[in-house]
Design a protein around this ligand. Structure first.
Ligand code: ADP
Ligand code: MG
Length: 241
């Protein structure tokens, strides 16, 4: 109970901070703080304030790393050259840092940059999307889909009202065409569906528990044969309660 109160205070502080900036969305690292409170695994990462700081962070995290722009203005980071993956050496960290800053001054010159997020590069796995919205008519709704063309082109997604059980979450996964892929094609090892149903139910809990949350998006969530990790996350909150 006491720790729940502590978490509640931490989340209130994040939400207040976001509103004071005049924006409605939490940056990736802030969104992941909320996920962590709900025990959803997230990437190891650190916010660096200059290139040398980024090298220090990368050395601590371990290579390969990914560098990502961290700005309260920028929602879709890779659209404007704000994500560089496959960085293997301190020299590459420095180059990537400079490249991202350069891309920002060209494509989003007005955006205030808080720093660059240095993050572990996650190995290949099944890329899925888990999200939730607060529908004005139906209330909180959870969404699941396989990433990439499955969501973008085929609209292969399923929905459920939140909160939901792990059993219902499993049915959601099974309803998508992507399910066959997650079960493992041609001798490939299957995705950890137990861990995945866990994340879907937890996202349902987050939007049910926190009335200020309007939208959650984990895109991608990378699922392995054992375990998974949220690689990118975004939470949108109400202007005010
Ligand atoms: P965006 O704001 O553009 O959605 P993301 O953080 O999702 O930015 O990064 C874009 C893509 O880069 C992801 O969809 C994923 O394929 C890849 N990526 C990002 N971070 C990592 C990581 N830590 N490890 C492996 N791949 C990553
Ligand atoms: Mg993303």
């Amino acid at each position: 109970m006491e720790s729940q109160l502590k978490y509640r205070k931490r989340m209130d502080a994040i939400f207040k901070n976001v509103r004071s900036r005049g924006y409605k969305f939490l940056m990736e690292h802030e969104s992941k703080e909320v996920l962590k409170i709900y025990t959803i695994p997230t990437t190891r990462e650190r916010l660096a304030v200059d290139a040398n700081d980024a090298i220090k962070s990368a050395n601590t995290i371990g290579y390969p790393v990914v560098l990502k722009i961290c700005s309260p203005r920028i929602v879709h980071k890779s659209d404007i050259g704000g994500v560089i993956i496959g960085i293997h050496t301190p020299k590459e960290v420095k180059e990537a840092y400079r490249k991202i800053i350069k891309n920002m001054s060209a494509k989003a010159p007005e955006a205030k940059i808080l720093g660059i997020l240095v993050q572990e590069e996650v190995p290949k796995g099944f890329e899925v999307i888990v999200g939730a919205v607060r529908d004005p008519q139906f209330g909180p709704v959870v969404m699941f889909g396989l990433g990439g063309v499955f969501v973008e082109v085929l609209k292969d997604v399923s929905f459920r009202l939140a909160p939901l059980t792990k059993n219902e979450a499993f049915k959601m996964i099974k309803e998508t065409k992507g399910f066959k892929i997650l079960e493992g094609l041609r001798g490939e090892k299957p995705a950890d569906l137990n861990a995945l149903t866990g994340v879907i139910t937890k996202v349902g809990e987050i939007i049910t528990d926190l009335p200020e949350v309007m939208e959650i998006d984990i895109n991608p969530l990378i699922v392995f044969n054992k375990g998974l990790v949220a690689v990118d996350a975004r939470i949108i909150i109400k202007d005010r309660l």
